[in-house]
Ligand binder design. Structure first.
Ligand code: PMT
Length: 399
């Protein structure tokens, strides 16, 4: 494949996997050049990467190998894609804060190529608020992440923080260059999925039976079509492909906060989550003891996230879902207008093969432009495909 990959290797134990990644990328036909930070060279020598990539390895900004070019600018221009793997907490922090003090950071600062970051670190470091903050900053700046996987970590802990396998990263890179039709490339799409949980006490909550399947299918399809996808999901056991930024939340309030964080950087928002409309006014810190007689619980309204977005959406495209059991068209259209949406996807959740939990859905998509698209029973992946086709067309028309 006639594409240039610049692999940037920072210093963690996963450097040995970066050596395997170099080999896999070369075997897939890419031209690969490698930059190593000084600490990365403590784990594996540059000679290993030189032998695997068949190119000189760059470690020092001042070690100019060719007099006719300035190495970091030359590499920044040469790359069709830059992959930082493994990316340590330190390098993520530097990139997020514009610190440019070595060959790796100066090259990335000078590039116009897309940059993918594949973090690898201890599970607690990955959860550290400063690291999370830095990742969010980079994501909003347009960097993409290859999420680390979960499993046994070199430090002895088990959890999230393992560098994604070289085979997986290679196939994501191959897909990036070969998937022929990427109409959503360069668009940022925010998707919500799943239920929310509204706590009554530490062991009891109010929720609904959304599995997250519909929202996850939309997020995955959008990523396949080239979009930069953030998926904010309520509690579900589903997992995603690693090129989707996944944010797990529990309550409607947490979903609201996360959605508001990502809203400014999004072009399109698709809200398929089944968000609770009410939460208990009181949530006890201790398990409530049962008593004779009845129990009365007072509820208050949660924030209507979609309605809030509708009131500030400007030129963003907003898609809502409507889970109905009767008067489908009437109620769906009411939501379309009341929440200032561009599209609303209505499903009759009483219908067999539609709505919650099932692998299929039966939807009708109503547009602000009075368009109506009625779909037969389809897999949730096919519904996602049809919806995103419509969304893409609408987006192009709006531009
Ligand atoms: O997850 P699955 O098992 O695959 O099921 C899919 C689904 C049935 C959950 C999905 O197809 C669906 O219909 N999702 C919307 C469910 C819902 O909450 O509908 P609603 O009519 O109550 O809400 C209308 C819209 O407002 C929705 O886009 C919802 O995300 C949004 N909303 C609702 C309440 C609230 N407080 N904030 C919101 O943003």
């Amino acid at each position: 494949m006639n594409k240039n990959i610049l692999l940037c290797v920072s210093g963690g134990i996963a450097v040995y996997k970066a050596a395997a990644l170099t080999s896999k990328l070369v075997q897939a036909g890419f031209q690969v050049k490698v930059i190593m930070t000084e600490s990365a060279t403590e784990f594996v020598t540059p000679l290993t990467f030189q032998a695997l990539s068949r190119n000189p390895v760059f470690t020092d900004t001042f070690d100019e190998k060719e007099a006719s070019v300035i190495a970091h600018i030359d590499l920044a221009d040469w790359a069709d894609l830059i992959v930082v793997a493994p990316a340590t907490a330190n390098i993520i922090g530097k990139l997020a804060n514009g610190i440019v003090d070595d060959m790796l950071t100066t090259t990335i600062a000078a590039t116009k190529a897309p940059v993918w970051i594949a973090p690898a670190m201890n599970v607690h470091m990955y959860e550290n608020p400063a690291v999370k903050r830095n990742i969010e900053v980079l994501f909003k700046d347009g960097y993409r992440f290859v999420e680390p996987s979960e499993g046994y970590l070199a430090c002895g802990y088990v959890g999230k923080g393992r560098l994604e396998e070289p085979e997986t990263i290679t196939s994501l890179v191959v897909d990036y260059f070969t998937v022929p039709f990427q109409p959503l490339k360069d668009l940022s799409i925010l998707v919500t999925a799943g239920p929310t949980r509204e706590k009554l006490d530490p062991v009891r909550f109010f929720s609904n039976s959304s599995s997250g399947k519909m929202g996850f299918a939309i997020a995955e399809q959008a990523a396949k079509l080239g979009a930069k996808v953030t998926l904010v999901t309520g509690p579900t056991h589903l997992t995603t492909t690693s090129n989707i930024k996944l944010e797990r939340v529990e309550s409607a309030e947490q979903m609201y906060q996360k959605v508001m964080d990502y809203f400014p950087g999004s072009d399109i928002v698709i809200k398929s989550a089944a968000v609770a409309d009410y939460r208990p006014i009181q949530s006890a810190n201790h398990k409530m003891k049962k008593q004779d007689g009845t129990l009365t619980i007072e509820f208050e309204r949660t924030t209507d996230i979609l309605k809030t977005l509708g009131s500030i959406k400007e030129d963003k495209l907003l898609v809502g879902f409507a889970a109905e059991t009767d008067h489908i068209e009437e109620y769906a259209k009411k939501k379309l207008h009341a929440k200032n949406l561009d599209l609303v996807v209505a499903n009759n959740v009483n219908q067999e093969g539609a709505g919650f939990q099932s692998d299929t859905n039966i939807v009708t998509i109503y547009g602000k432009d009075e368009s109506i698209m009625e779909l037969p029973m389809l897999s949730k992946q096919e519904v996602a495909q049809a919806l995103l086709e419509k969304v893409e067309k609408l987006w192009r028309e709006k531009q």
